[in-house]
Design a protein around this ligand. Structure first.
Ligand code: SF4
Length: 676
């Protein structure tokens, strides 16, 4: 008998590019993936992760039943028993005793229901996710300059840029489909400037100019470029006059800067800084791409304000292939912000305050919604007695792992809802099995505000359920039947459309076309918005506002005891904390272990050879790994990928910025390194 084979269209669950893939389903099992050739984002080209995207969901390590820990050992239990225990503890807790850490791996429908549960049932805004550690500086920085923290152009229109300024991301490894667009733009004559202290694949293969700066001096470089632009009269005077405010103040500040001093701070020659500045300023369309490389610093907000100033100064907003574009790491990174499971925003980036709370009370038919900002990620890890973690892994993702472990051990109740037994789930009192994106219908919103459908290809294994189903069932047990009686994801999406103005014109029916719809989409007749800020900025007065951003050194600098700078990042074969990619043979076999990159000269002085076991120490902890000796990293700098739990870099990282971003200084701390 011929077995039936189906091809289910969906979106790659890894990075924020939003590539389409087909899941190949045979006899109710996923047996492979096929490229989606007419998908406008990827055009049938997927990276290594995308080509293996289907594999982790069929792993035999999937969680299949709820688990309760008794005397330190997990025992299988029923949903009823697990829900009973959770409801009992959470129902009687004060709002500030409970915290929820969520994940941008969830769908929009999951996240909408989760934040509604937290606000309606728990009456708190204590909720956050790992984007606290990626783009928490992006939103306040871009809100204050241009009124919105989203990508302003589309992935596709990057090809229309004449200059692409890559501030940090190693595109070829972390956003390969965007790297492809940059290479195409280069083929049409665009110049590519890459800022990175490491000589990455992107720097080697794509850059026309590689600014291999001293780590954490990005803002000094950006301010130096603005000084060169102003000295040469290369600013866009018409744009500044018509569309911005605060130029004179910025100019007064920038003209005080000493370019010789900036040359010293950044370790980039003035000639090269000047060349980069001129290429960027004289391009008809210049596009800035950035991500955690520039954001994961205590000075992340200032760094990003500097990027926005640079784009405003040169009139690079409001056209395809321009703008200041944050690249989100997770498949639903943009959707996470849009759905509002955040301590300071209700859905649709509506600020937490009395007025917003009253508006949502009307929509949801409840009283006493919280109107004060909630706790952020690390505050919840430290202070909340009851912690509920959905799809997140603070044991690897949060800074200062030893401190996180101690805090988690002290919880009255730790609930983890995930697809695998993660390092954080191991520490939980209750573990709940969740469905993957391949086992549920819904939508996700990728980095260029593109809302797309994900489709259920197979049943979740065992008793695993979609996150939205779990929270609806729990809410009903806790007395909120009416607010959580959704009959499926489409009905949830219809409620999202009512709450999130940017999604108002998007329907499941309209999302049948490949490539989805980019918000804002105010009506069902509106085609969606590829380029933002065409005529005005979404600031109260419609102008872009220059901000003075002053370079300051990092919080912790090298000294005699810890003489090296430590930084970390991602590699092409793995994703985030490795939960999915390390369970994917085709990826894990390519790179099964972590490593520490060290410059050849530094290694020689320390008697370290390639492949030697090494011990890294910081003020917070120590880890062992193996050395990878290379010329591609500048002297004095050590780099590690952060996907490997057995040598988790966040044992070493530490200091955290103050409000509003509370961004840990992930990309810079002081360490020692020695051969073991
Ligand atoms: Fe998936 Fe990102 Fe690779 Fe596209 S670029 S296939 S979305 S991991």
């Amino acid at each position: 008998m011929i077995k039936s084979i189906e091809h289910i269209p969906t979106i790659c669950p890894y990075c924020g590019c939003g590539c389409g893939i087909y899941l190949v389903v045979k006899d109710s099992n996923i047996v492979g993936m096929e490229p989606w050739k007419d998908h406008p984002v990827c055009e049938g080209k997927n990276c290594q992760k995308g080509r293996n995207a289907h594999t982790f969901s069929t792993s035999d390590q999937r969680l299949k039943t709820p688990l309760i820990k008794k005397n330190g050992v997990f025992e299988e239990t029923s949903w009823k028993a697990a829900f009973g225990l959770i409801a009992d503890k959470f129902q009687n807790a004060e709002p500030d005793a409970v915290g929820f850490i969520n994940s941008a791996k969830c769908s929009n429908e999951d996240l909408y229901v989760i934040q509604k549960f937290i606000r309606v049932v728990q009456k708190t805004n204590n909720m956050d996710n790992a984007s606290r550690f990626c783009h928490s500086p992006t939103v306040p920085a871009l809100l204050s300059t241009v009124g919105s923290g989203v990508m302003t152009t589309s992935t596709i229109s990057i090809e229309q840029a004449d200059c692409i300024f890559v501030a940090g991301p190693n595109l070829q490894e972390t956003y390969p489909i965007i790297a492809r667009r940059v290479i195409r733009a280069k083929g049409k004559g665009a110049r590519v400037i890459v800022v990175d202290p490491r000589n990455t694949l992107t720097a080697k293969n794509i850059a026309d100019i590689h600014l291999q700066i001293y780590p954490a001096t990005d803002l000094a470089l950006i301010n130096g470029m603005m000084r060169v632009i102003m000295d040469g009269g290369l600013e866009d005077k018409e744009f500044i006059e018509k569309r911005t405010q605060g130029f004179d103040e910025l100019k007064n500040y920038v003209m005080t800067l000493d370019l010789k001093e900036i040359e010293k701070i950044t370790n980039i020659s003035l000639d090269v800084i000047s060349e980069a500045a001129r290429i960027y300023a004289t391009a008809k369309r210049a596009c800035i791409l950035f991500n955690s490389g520039i954001a994961q610093h205590a000075a992340g907000i200032e760094n990003i304000k500097g990027l926005a100033d640079l784009a405003l100064l040169t009139g690079n907003y409001g056209k395809p292939g321009t703008g200041v574009n944050p690249l989100r790491g997770h498949a639903n990174g943009e959707g996470f912000g849009d759905m509002g499971p955040l301590p300071v925003f209700y859905p649709g980036f509506q600020a937490v305050n009395e007025e917003t709370a009253r508006r949502f009370e009307e929509i949801w038919g409840v009283k006493d919604l919280p109107s004060q900002p909630g706790m952020t990620y690390m505050d919840m890890v430290e202070k909340c007695k009851l912690l509920y973690v959905v799809g997140a892994n603070p044991m690897l993702a949060a800074p200062d792992t030893n401190c996180v472990r101690k805090n988690l051990e002290e919880k009255d109740l730790l609930v983890v809802q995930d697809i695998f037994m993660t390092e954080t789930a191991e520490m939980a009192d209750i573990v709940l099995p969740a469905a993957t994106a391949m086992e549920k219908d819904g939508t996700i919103t990728c980095l260029d505000r593109r809302v797309q459908r994900i489709h259920k290809a197979v049943q979740a294994p065992g008793d695993a359920k979609p996150d939205w189903v779990i929270f609806c069932e729990l809410a009903k047990i806790m007395g909120f039947e009416q607010q959580f009686s959704f009959d499926g994801p489409e009905q949830i999406f219809e409620e999202i459309r009512k709450c999130v103005p940017q999604y108002r014109g998007i329907t499941y029916e309209r999302l049948k076309s490949p490539g989805g719809i980019q918000w804002p989409c105010p009506t069902e007749e509106h085609p969606g918005t590829e380029v933002m800020f065409v005529e005005k900025f979404p600031t109260p007065d419609g102008f872009g506002h220059f901000q003075i951003a002053e370079y300051k050194p990092p919080l912790e600098v090298p000294d005699d005891t810890y003489p090296y700078i430590f930084t970390n990042g991602r590699v092409v074969f793995h994703f985030h904390t490795g939960t999915m990619t390390r369970r994917t043979k085709g990826l894990n076999n390519e790179l099964p272990n972590g490593f520490a990159e060290i410059n050849r000269e530094d290694a020689r002085e320390l008697g370290i050879e390639d492949g030697d076991p090494v011990l890294l120490k910081s003020r917070r902890g120590e880890i062992e790994t193996v050395a990878r000796v290379t010329d591609d990293i500048r002297p004095g700098l050590i780099f590690m990928p952060w996907h490997f739990s057995e040598c988790a870099p966040n044992v070493l990282t530490g200091p955290t910025a103050g409000p509003p971003s509370k961004m840990p200084e992930f990309k810079f701390c002081a360490v020692s390194i020695e051969k073991v």
